[in-house]
Design a protein around this ligand. Structure first.
Ligand SMILES: *Cc1c(COP(=O)(O)O)cnc(C)c1O
Length: 355
């Protein structure tokens, strides 16, 4: 029986911390000194290891490279005002990681392996957790097939790892997005609800085309008629229409975002009406034309909340009103910041201390 709390730590003898410039933390470029590494062999998880960040040796025949048997998560640890470090809703990420694993016929990761591994890793790399409000240590759990076998069947061995990187305040100008009418991110019964690698690779071409047309991102629509809104890029999307919070309901083709869940919870806490249902592109455009669309924004771990300024449809751009200082998206963003830094009470117990 695996001792899920056993952890072999090999500290680095060559810290790269001096390379960290808190004023210049580009997403995903500089990784903290250590990483978690756990192998699944012989039908069970082997003892966890924390080792210096570095390359992995893999079989060139593994099913992750050839058939996309690979999944990941994206989450953050925050420096609180009392100096402590806490992760935002990590158990939600653990559950979603295992839902993704099941969809891809991969083994699930026991809660202790995930949580204890993350805690010990973030504790060891505490100096990499930045201080300034809006910054964080981004945590990237991932798992991929490792069998050296080319047959198309689920691998029997896997690597579960976590790498981390400090990230700065995610600032973008309000986004220009357009409805996607040709390509599809995910279809009912597919794997759109899972964070599996292939979903992202297949979205790169349509996203690049939209960028070449001058948009930052696209709004994915349903796979059959391109009529209903799904997500925006790699974020969920929320609209405020007639003072109501309106967002596409979760389905097998929509990823169940933890930021989305959190923002909807805040809205309900504040007594606002929340509608999770089908939202058509025409409803959005009609509301915009009639001045009833007050806000539209993407929600996800990287940006938390990314306001949308312009929506393109069939070659025409439609501008949203400027985001007011007291807009819901601003209040929700500030409320989440305050919970994450420990400046506000955390009534839903979202923060999990690392120490
Ligand atoms: C990760 C992701 C999101 C956002 O999820 P969060 O848990 O809020 O980070 C939304 N859509 C897609 C496709 C994603 O991969």
């Amino acid at each position: 029986m695996l001792d899920t709390l056993a952890l072999d730590v090999q500290p680095t003898s060559a810290s790269r911390l001096a390379q960290l410039d808190p004023a210049n933390m580009d997403f995903g470029k500089l990784f903290a000194d250590h990483m978690l590494a756990v192998e699944f062999t012989g039908g069970e998880w082997q003892p966890s290891r924390i080792v210096p960040y570095g390359p992995l040796a893999v079989s060139p025949a593994n099913s992750a490279l050839h058939y996309g048997q690979a999944i990941f998560e994206g989450m953050k640890a925050y420096r609180q005002t009392n100096g402590q470090v806490a992760m935002f809703r990590p158990l939600d990420n653990w559950q979603r990681f295992n839902a993704s694993a099941e969809r891809m016929a991969m083994p699930t990761v026991p809660q202790d392996v995930f949580m204890h591994g993350l805690r010990e890793l973030v504790k060891l790399d505490d100096a990499w957790v930045p201080q300034a409000i809006g910054t964080a240590l981004y945590l990237r759990p991932f798992m991929f097939a490792t069998d050296g076998f080319l047959g198309v069947r689920p691998s029997e061995t896997y690597h579960f790892g976590v790498i981390t990187c400090p990230v700065g305040v995610y600032y973008t100008k309000p986004l220009r997005v357009r409805f996607e009418q040709k390509y599809v991110r995910a279809a009912p019964g597919g794997a759109g609800y899972a964070k599996n690698a292939g979903n992202y690779g297949a979205a790169m071409l349509p996203s690049r085309i939209a960028q070449q047309e001058g948009y930052n991102q696209l709004i994915w629509t349903d796979a059959s008629a391109h009529q209903f809104v799904e997500e925006s890029g790699t974020m969920n999307i929320i609209f405020i229409i007639d003072n109501k919070i309106v967002t596409p309901a979760i389905s097998t083709s929509i990823l169940d975002g933890i930021t989305r869940r959190s923002v909807l919870q805040l809205a309900r806490d504040w007594g606002l009406t929340v509608e999770e249902r089908q939202v058509s592109s025409l409803e959005v455009l009609d509301a915009l034309a009639a001045g009833r669309l007050q806000e539209a924004f993407g929600v996800g771990t990287a940006a938390t909340i990314a306001p949308i300024a312009t929506i393109g449809f069939e070659g025409q751009d439609h501008d949203l009103p400027a985001v007011a200082d007291n807009a819901f998206s601003r209040r929700a963003s500030a409320a989440l910041d305050a919970i994450r830094t420990g400046q506000a009470p955390d009534p839903h117990n979202w923060m999990v201390a690392v120490s």
